[in-house]
Design a protein around this ligand. Sequence first.
Ligand code: PHE
Length: 334
Amino acid sequence: AEHLRVVADFQPSNADELEAFRLKYLGKKGVLNDLFAAFKSVPNEEKKEYGRVVNQLKNAAEQAVLRFKSELEQSKPLHSENDLTKTGDHVFTGSQHPVTTVRNEIVDIFKRIGFSVSEGPEIEDDWHNFSALNFPEEHPARDMQDTFFVHTDPDWALRTHTSSVQVREMEGNEPPIRIIAPGRVFRNEAISARSHCIFHQIEGLYIDKNVSFADLKQTLLYFAREFFGAETKIRLRPSYFPFTEPSAEMDIWWGLETETDYRMTKGTGWLEVMGCGMVDPAVLEASNIDPKVYSGYAFGLGIERITLQRFGIPDIRMLFENDMRFLNQFKGVI
Ligand code: PHE
């Protein structure tokens, strides 16, 4: 009876325990062989009952071994279903890439003030990437962005900026136009801790009647405060892009605390965040929008740079290597 109870309760947690159990009961020198050997000395009137119980034990032990063996082979967990103290099975979960996290956050900020998301192709023709954006043929402005051409066809290239989506949007739609366009861009330049030949931008474009530089500035201030914090200050520095006039670079000021934390603008506290400006009338005309009726602003920001800033990542290459030791650190960040 004691053995019957032990066999019924048997719960191996691994193959070794199962093998030990098999040897103990069913092995050559096991319990069952001993019990069968003792059969001779059992009084005649008890033989029948003795035999019944020993056979019952043998069957139970054999069945337990078969059952647990096949369970182990299918590597099923060996705990009983209602043992709530057992550790759960390991489930692998991925994590969102930090560039995706930052992109989504920026997109949400602009969606809240009426921008909708638009996308364009990564392989672009010269018209959408350059000519319609007022880059003159053979003009040094084209050297601003070293280009990867497709085969040797000068008309097709990997887009060097998301400004190409501005053109597609203006060609295909009547104003008012209010879009942001996140996407990948490509430049044939040396890879270093600070820059990569692949990165991501978010383009913004707003075309309507009476859009002014003040509208641009207020929109960018709103963005900077939503993304970097309510105390953030911005400054607009005069700059040059062929497709905006006037053009500017927007910097953000982090205040003293973050100035010392920030690894890439040591000692200044200003971080360059994006290019922007009023859409050049020549660009509106190239897309058949009448510059006497409409005006607009555009801006473009690089996602990687502020991703490095946001998470204190020291090297842009980490964003492209897909090293699990790096990516795992972003679990639960979103
Ligand atoms: N396309 C520019 C760049 O890649 C950024 C920009 C976009 C500037 C829109 C002005 C307006 O550097």
